[in-house]
Design a protein around this ligand. Structure first.
Ligand code: 5AD
Ligand code: SF4
Length: 441
């Protein structure tokens, strides 16, 4: 039998990218010619699955490429490639930016990965960066690492065109997988012992199965109903499409996690307009009211951008006040980063770096304070926790998550819970990121 070539894939960026790495792994291993390895040492290929969303995501990749030169020194035949958003954004240009890279594969071309790697072994430089209006990889079995939690991309791409965002250019237009293929994949996860599935998409609310006319709330209902023992999560939603029916669907099933990631980006209507977000502060707050009215024990997280072009001190204050008003359990907070090809790139990046940093720090400080206060309110309550494994710090302490996605650490010496077990934990202590508690009998 022919020796399989070893491929090491390193993943950067969002959950969709991590899922895509599993798709790439699925395609390559199915060919029978390649195997995925967990170690860069001794591999025949090193592929970086990259992100372009902010400039520093790309800087990280350039630094990593410099580092990879040492692997090339010890293995002359090593082939280095880029996959993902940066591959798509830079295309041919990658070869000018790094003489190490010989393979470039965009997010809609993973089906061709085997052919491209084959050709590169024969000495060719390989590039595949066409975007597709239909590709969903629904028939490809992702190569998942064993565990209790899995991702399924239910839709890909984005039609929103927020003015700062590169994603519509790197991942193309929205398209949904068939309902049938999603259900059968969750079935096989369920059969394989997985306890939790996260339905992924750049904008899951736009999901639509053309054939059965199933929209996202009804997809959630179907999955939750057929698999009552699975926890169902989803990311990401756009506030414009956060419909009453979606909130209603979440309230109908206990196994749909009461966790919503709802990026607001800015609290200022003028900036939201400049960002082409198509909602205003009032709409966002009204959606939050609806969520608070319908769901119990839920958690909210968000994305925030500091220092978008023309942002005034008053706009920034509006962001801070919106944070106070909503009270997010978590937030991903970023400095605005101009991305070539986007609409905002044509605006002057006029907020000086030190002001961006100061505003971002104010946002982070406020968020830490709010998160701590929110977590402290959990003290005394008991939650069902899905056990994920030993915590990083101490072997006897285990971690898991509540239905509303809070990380809980508990002493596991008495109960000896196993990975995937559900235990009831009474919260005794909290900080801004984590809850701590005791297992109840
Ligand atoms: N600069 C800073 N943050 C950005 N995001 C997207 N594009 C940019 C950019 N150009 C953030 C948004 C988005 C998250 C995934 O990344 O907050 O929701
Ligand atoms: Fe994910 Fe966006 Fe980064 Fe692409 S650019 S990897 S879609 S976060």
């Amino acid at each position: 039998m022919m020796n399989k070539k070893k491929v090491y894939i390193e993943t950067y960026g969002c959950q969709m990218n991590f899922y895509d790495t599993e798709i790439l792994g699925g395609v390559l291993t199915k060919s029978g010619k390649y195997e995925i390895t967990e170690e860069p040492e001794g591999s025949d290929f090193i592929l970086l699955n990259t992100c372009s969303v902010r400039e520093n995501a790309e800087t990280t990749i350039y630094n990593r490429l410099m580092h990879l030169k040492s692997y090339k020194k010890s293995n002359k035949n090593l082939i280095v490639g880029l996959a993902g958003c940066m591959a798509e954004r830079l295309r041919q240009e990658v070869f000018n930016k790094s003489d190490l890279v010989k393979v470039v594969i965009g997010p809609d071309e993973y089906r061709r990965a085997t052919e491209i790697l084959d050709n590169s072994l024969a000495g060719e430089v390989g590039i595949a960066v066409r975007l597709s209006r239909v590709e969903t990889y629904e028939d490809i079995e992702p190569l998942r690492t064993k565990g209790i939690s899995a991702w399924i991309a239910i839709m890909r791409g984005c039609n929103h065109f927020c003015t700062y965002c590169v994603v519509p250019y790197t991942r193309g237009r929205e398209r949904s997988r068939s309902l049938e293929s999603i259900i059968s994949e969750v079935q096989s996860l369920n059969d394989g012992g997985f306890k939790e599935v996260t339905l992924l998409g750049q904008n899951v609310n736009s999901y639509l199965d053309e054939e059965t006319r199933t929209d996202f709330p009804n997809l959630l209902r179907k999955v939750a109903e057929i698999f009552p023992d699975m926890r169902i999560r989803y990311v990401t939603s756009h506030p414009l499409d956060m419909s009453d029916d979606l909130i209603q669907a979440m309230s109908e099933f206990d196994n749909i996690c009461n966790y919503i990631h709802l990026p607001f980006q800015s609290g200022s209507d003028r900036i939201l307009n400049e960002m082409n977000r198509n909602y205003n502060r009032t709409h966002y707050l009204e959606r939050i009211c609806k969520i608070k009215e319908k769901l119990v024990d839920f958690a909210l997280s968000t994305d925030i951008i500091a220092g978008f072009p023309t942002e005034t001190e008053e706009d920034h204050q509006a962001t801070l006040s919106l944070m106070e008003e909503v009270g997010f359990d978590g937030a991903f907070m970023f400095k605005y980063s101009p991305r070539e090809g986007t609409k905002a790139f044509k605006m002057e990046d006029d907020i000086p770096e030190e002001i961006k940093i100061r505003r971002l720090n104010e946002i982070i400080d406020l968020q830490n304070k709010i998160a701590r206060q929110k977590n402290e309110k959990e003290i005394g309550k008991s939650y069902e926790v899905l056990t994920e494994g030993p915590s990083k710090k101490k072997k006897t302490e285990w971690m898991g998550r509540t239905l509303h996605n809070k990380v809980v650490i508990f002493d596991n010496t008495k109960r000896n819970a196993l990975v995937g077990d559900k235990v009831i934990v009474k919260i005794t202590r909290a900080n801004s990121a984590t809850l701590f508690g005791d297992v109840e009998d």
